[in-house]
Design a protein around this ligand. Structure first.
Ligand SMILES: *Cc1c(COP(=O)(O)O)cnc(C)c1O
Length: 438
């Protein structure tokens, strides 16, 4: 079930890497006598997990890394470069800059400054920090459906936060936003493309239009959805939002979500490279050995894994970020699976579906009975869904919140597995209904 061919190519690449250092006198290697038994124990411990790698895991936003990412990451750990400074990771710093430049090009940024981070939280924190430095004391505005990190990180940064209402499709309400902008108190608007709960895509063109009347920064949070700009089957409104991204001041994207990377890989990009000056520090440890840019000079995090940059670079080498390419097709496939799933749910009288998915997240609620018992019955049959408490307005309900089911179909294989997934959901829903009347 697991891909293991890359173990062989990893061993070959490791021999090549060792050859790069053949001028050095040999050294002894650590004693690994007990490593086998420890690893056996680790393997058994890791069995205590949902099968995130399997298409029947269709719950939270979890996706296995590409085999080449896994192997490149492992290969890099023999060197263990630190991308804080060129002294700690020359090659991996160059690879990080190349990888980040490709992501900036994917979004159509003509100039950029950016780097990888530990994840979307850190990347968003940096973008909001820059917004706060440029518009001191002004509010960060994000929709009620935006990731909770925006409110929380605004608190960390001691910047006031304004919540913009979301409409019945989970998108930012731009009339409400305009009313807030008119107060002159907002310094940065966060547009989510798309939201973590439902994959809803905020109307970025309308938000950008408001910049003609009011002065504020636009930050795009594409931690989850950013890569969908490559998909060729978005609805026109969604396409228009992605096509406008290049006009944003900053963008966040998480290669560890849809970019096939192991965890620990987020990315922040700025369209204006001069914001780099805001990061200036005067550390007494002036150990930078080169006058070239060290990524630690434009990052809030200090030590960062060079291995993350190497894994991302290798993945993009194999699967370039181009429309019509294999990677782009994978994303289009996820969206097709989500649309297909949505149509089945919408046609079934047992379920209520709020809206058709913008990306690859589907939410629905049972018309009667409990979402939780369907969730449990599905899990007993090896289909893993997720639960979500969503605004009643999504479902035309007067309740503030509705307990719903949620499925992120983020593996391209999900499309081929949809029939199986549907069969199990059908059985689980019937079993849950039967329990209710027993
Ligand atoms: C996941 C996510 C985040 C947080 O990113 P982490 O990588 O989990 O730290 C922020 N915003 C959005 C839209 C997300 O989906």
């Amino acid at each position: 079930m697991f891909e293991t061919e890359t173990l062989r190519v990893l061993a070959e690449a490791l021999a090549t890497l060792e050859g790069e250092f053949s001028a050095l006198p040999p050294i002894s290697t650590p004693n690994t006598d007990s490593a086998g038994s420890v690893l056996q124990e680790v393997a058994r411990r890791l069995g205590d997990n949902f099968p995130y790698f399997h298409p029947l895991y269709a719950g939270q936003m979890l996706k296995p890394p590409h085999p080449v990412a896994r192997a490149a990451y492992a290969l890099a750990t023999w060197i263990n470069p630190n991308n804080h400074a060129l002294d700690g990771g020359r090659a991996s710093t160059a690879m990080e800059r190349e990888a980040v430049a490709q992501i900036a090009a994917m979004f159509g940024f003509r100039t950029h400054l950016g780097h990888l981070t530990g994840g979307g939280t850190m990347a968003n924190l940096e973008a909001l920090w820059v917004a706060g430095r440029l518009h001191p004391g002004k509010k960060i505005a994000a929709s009620a459906q935006s990731h909770y990190t925006h409110r929380r990180m605004s608190g960390v940064l001691q910047l006031p936060f304004a919540e913009v209402p979301a409409d019945a499709r989970g998108r930012m309400d731009c009339d409400a936003l305009e009313a807030m902008l008119a107060s002159g108190e907002i310094g940065c608007v966060v547009a989510s493309l798309g939201t973590t709960a439902t994959g809803s895509v905020d109307p970025l063109p309308a938000i950008l239009e408001l910049r003609k009347k009011y002065e504020f920064r636009v930050h795009v949070d594409g931690a989850y959805g950013g890569y969908f700009t490559l998909a060729d089957n978005l609805a026109p409104e969604t396409r228009a939002a992605f096509d406008a991204i290049h006009q944003a001041d900053s963008i966040v994207i998480d290669p560890h979500k849809h970019g096939l990377q192991p965890y620990g890989c987020g990315c922040v990009l700025y369209s204006d490279p001069s914001v780099g000056a805001l990061y200036k520090h005067d550390s007494p440890a002036t150990y930078f050995s080169s006058r070239e840019l060290h990524l630690g000079e434009i990052s809030l995090e200090c030590s960062r894994p060079g291995a993350s940059a190497v894994a991302l670079w290798a993945t993009m080498r194999l699967l370039p970020l181009v429309r019509g390419g294999e990677f782009a097709k994978g994303l289009a496939c996820c969206r097709r699976a989500a649309l297909d799933f949505h149509h089945r749910l919408a046609a079934d009288p047992r379920f209520v579906t709020p809206f058709s998915p913008d990306l690859d997240i589907i939410v629905w609620a049972p018309k009667t009975g409990s979402a939780e018992s369907i969730f449990r019955e599905a899990a007993r049959r090896n289909l893993h869904l997720a639960m979500a408490r969503l605004p009643g307005s999504f479902f035309g309900s007067s309740e503030p919140e509705v307990p719903a089911l949620r499925s992120v179909l983020m593996k391209p294989e999900h499309h081929d597995w949809l029939e199986r997934i549907w069969d199990i959901l059908d059985q689980a829903t019937n079993a849950a209904a039967k329990q209710q009347f027993d």
